[in-house]
Design a protein around this ligand. Structure first.
Ligand code: ADP
Ligand code: MG
Length: 638
């Protein structure tokens, strides 16, 4: 007796299985099929992608359908149109020897009336995406009030894509007596919630080990001081030169601000959030898919359903308000059996959230420290060496070689290597040489007197901001603007002191992180706000008075965060401020890029960059293109 026969499948299915060439049932089929055939039960089945789940529910379902009755008896919900069509196709093949059994696919982007007509003609099985199904129900085009079976396929993905409400609503339109079969690769909290809410004492089938998050994702957190959040992000990017990531922020504004800062600092980044037009979003996603963007900074809503493979890192720049959302974020990486890392940048006050997330994902976080400048330099150096090794030579260059040889004549191979590497690398060394470590609570190198003091909740913090009377603010208006922009309460902004081209104000230390992240880079009618923490914590600051606000620049040289405007990535190495100050460009504060190998010059080095050797990347297109990182600084209005 054939193995499928042993499971209890009938003749017409066995014939179809033979045609399909399936010889032995897979593990999930072996476990699920007999249970579903023999009992009228709910079922939760967990098995990885590609383990044959469609047949695991498809075979018993087909056997249990009454093909003589033309009414709708089963609803299969699946996350995407592609899966929906794939399942429909499989079910049709499985049931090809059963006369009168009809399966209809219902999904968005095709005629809803045509789909409704097909159902009317008699379809016992409907395979649908939740969105379109909900539409059909709302329009009264389908009746699922008498179905016997509801199957939630790829339940985790459906929930990942934000279909929770649709699913709940669709299920509430089905009879209580039906059987619900839930198939999923993972069992995150939301899936468990659905199971608990809509299933009665379900049978359980688990293939491989039970885990909630994807096993292929490792979770790390980095404890930093609130003010170091952005710097930490940059370092993580620098320490992972091949990073291909989604960076999650909580709000649209933060998303935009972080992306802009990254771009300004020379990273290939872009923002994805709901304030962009559909066309803009499509453009960003296209560039991301094409690897022209390495860091996609996104809100949770906008990143829903991002189905880009090979994402190496998910970065929680800020944790989501609802910790359950963490699962959705980290699920963007580690797909299709590849490895991925989910990183959380966190401050001390948020640390308990890590424990809560660990409970949900049933996985432990590893606490890590932000790499030091030396470590980053080592990584970058090795990366550069590999890049040189892997660069394919365009023989156009032969024409120029005689002239180049003439210049370089007399250098030994060793000298040449040293110099070539230094061209690209000096800026990293120079940049990181003077940076302290960022290991939040672990201390770090704080001996520099110019370094800021620790900011604590409860302490007032005074800020310097580059907007003032010239921007039509008096103290009341500025206070209102700050309260509104920062979403703070009536008394949260105080000691507002407006000067001509700049101002001061105070908040409690608990708001400092928000002040810095929201205000810095904020676009005030074309002008970018720059805010710094004043060393003085109240009542004016005479040392500031010599900032006469010329062109609103007023950024202190060497003062707190003064070095922030520079970045080893180069593109924006010289921030707009230093230029507007008209200061010497030969200052060593920004790692300048002078040579032809650097990104700051044209043609940029990246155009010759090959796809990394890392086998996780299969495409050979350059990941970054010059056009993708808008390096041009926005002209300042003054
Ligand atoms: P999952 O839903 O678990 O990701 P699918 O149901 O899509 O997996 O099946 C993956 C592939 O394996 C399909 O091409 C399917 O036809 C095939 N398959 C399923 N069951 C068997 C089997 N018993 N023997 C051989 N191939 C199978
Ligand atoms: Mg499947």
């Amino acid at each position: 007796m054939n193995k499928f026969e042993q499971l209890g499948l009938n003749e017409s299915l066995l014939l179809a299985i033979k045609d399909l060439g399936f010889e032995n049932p897979s593990e999930v089929q072996e476990k699920a099929i007999p249970v579903l055939l023999e009992q009228n039960t709910d079922l939760v089945a967990l098995a990885q992608t590609g383990t044959g789940k469609t047949a695991a529910f498809g075979f018993p379902l087909i056997q249990k359908i009454d093909a003589e009755d033309r009414s709708t008896q089963a609803l299969i919900l699946s996350p995407t149109r592609e899966l929906c069509l794939q399942i429909t196709n499989e079910i049709k093949q499985y049931s090809k020897y059963i006369k009168g059994l009809h399966t209809v696919a219902v999904y968005g982007g095709a005629s809803i009336t045509e789909q409704a007509r097909e159902i009317k003609r008699g379809a016992q099985i409907i395979v649908a995406t939740p969105g379109r199904m909900q539409d059909m129900i709302n329009r009264g085009l389908v009746n699922i009030k008498n179905i016997n079976f509801c199957i939630l396929d790829e339940a985790d993905e459906m929930l990942n894509m934000g279909f929770y409400e649709d699913i709940v609503s669709i299920l509430s339109d089905t009879p209580d007596e039906k059987n619900t079969w839930l198939f999923s690769a993972t069992m995150p909290a939301e899936v468990a919630r659905i199971a608990k809410k809509f299933m009665h004492d379900p049978a359980e089938v688990t293939v491989g080990s039970k885990n909630s998050g994807s096993k292929t994702v490792s979770h790390e957190f980095y404890l930093v001081n609130a003010r170091d959040r952005y710097e930490a992000l940059k370092r993580l990017a620098d320490a992972n030169p091949d990073i291909f990531s989604v960076v999650f922020c909580r709000t649209k504004r933060d998303t935009q601000a972080v992306a802009e800062k990254l771009i300004e600092d020379g990273y290939s980044a872009a923002a994805l959030h709901g304030d962009l037009s559909q066309a803009q979003r499509d453009g960003v996603m296209k560039a991301f898919r094409g690897r022209q963007i390495q860091m996609l900074v996104a809100t949770d809503v906008a990143a829903r359903g991002i189905d880009v493979d090979n994402i190496t890192h998910v970065v929680n720049y800020q944790l989501p308000d609802e910790i359950e959302t963490y699962n959705h974020r980290s699920g963007r990486t580690g797909r299709a059996g590849r490895l991925g890392t989910s990183i959380v940048i966190i401050t001390k006050s948020e640390i308990r959230k890590i424990n809560a997330i660990e409970k949900i994902i049933q996985q432990k976080f590893e606490e890590k420290t932000i790499p030091s400048g030396i470590e980053i330099c080592e990584i970058q150096l090795l990366h550069l060496a590999n890049k040189i090794k892997d660069t394919e030579v365009d023989h156009e260059i032969d024409n120029y070689l005689p002239a180049i040889n003439e210049v370089l004549d007399g250098l030994s191979k060793e000298e040449l290597i040293k110099k070539m590497v230094s061209v690209e690398f000096n800026r990293f060394i120079a940049y990181y040489k003077k940076k302290r470590d960022l290991s939040g609570e672990k201390g770090g190198d704080r001996e520099r007197s110019s370094e800021p003091r620790e900011i604590r909740a409860g302490d007032p913090v005074r800020y310097f901001v580059n907007i003032g009377a010239r921007d039509d603010f008096d103290w009341m208006q500025l206070k209102d603007f700050l309260k509104e922009t920062l979403d703070l309460g009536r008394d949260d902004v105080f000691k507002v002191d407006v000067k001509e081209g700049f101002s001061f104000f105070n908040t409690d230390g608990e708001h400092t992180e928000k002040v810095m992240s929201v205000l810095n880079g904020f676009d005030l009618n074309g002008r970018r706000i720059n805010v710094e923490i004043s060393k003085n914590d109240g009542g004016g600051n005479s040392s500031r008075r010599d900032h006469n606000g010329r062109s609103g620049g007023g950024r202190r040289e060497g003062g707190f965060r003064g070095e922030r405007s520079s970045s080893p990535r180069g593109g924006g190495a010289f921030g707009p401020r230093s230029e507007s100050r008209g200061e010497s460009r030969s200052s060593d504060r920004g790692p300048r890029r002078e040579g032809g190998f650097t990104r700051g010059s044209a043609p940029r080095g990246e155009s010759s960059e090959r796809a990394p050797r890392n086998e996780r990347r299969s495409d050979s297109a350059p990941r970054r293109s010059d056009s993708s990182a808008p390096r041009e600084r926005r002209p300042r209005r003054s």
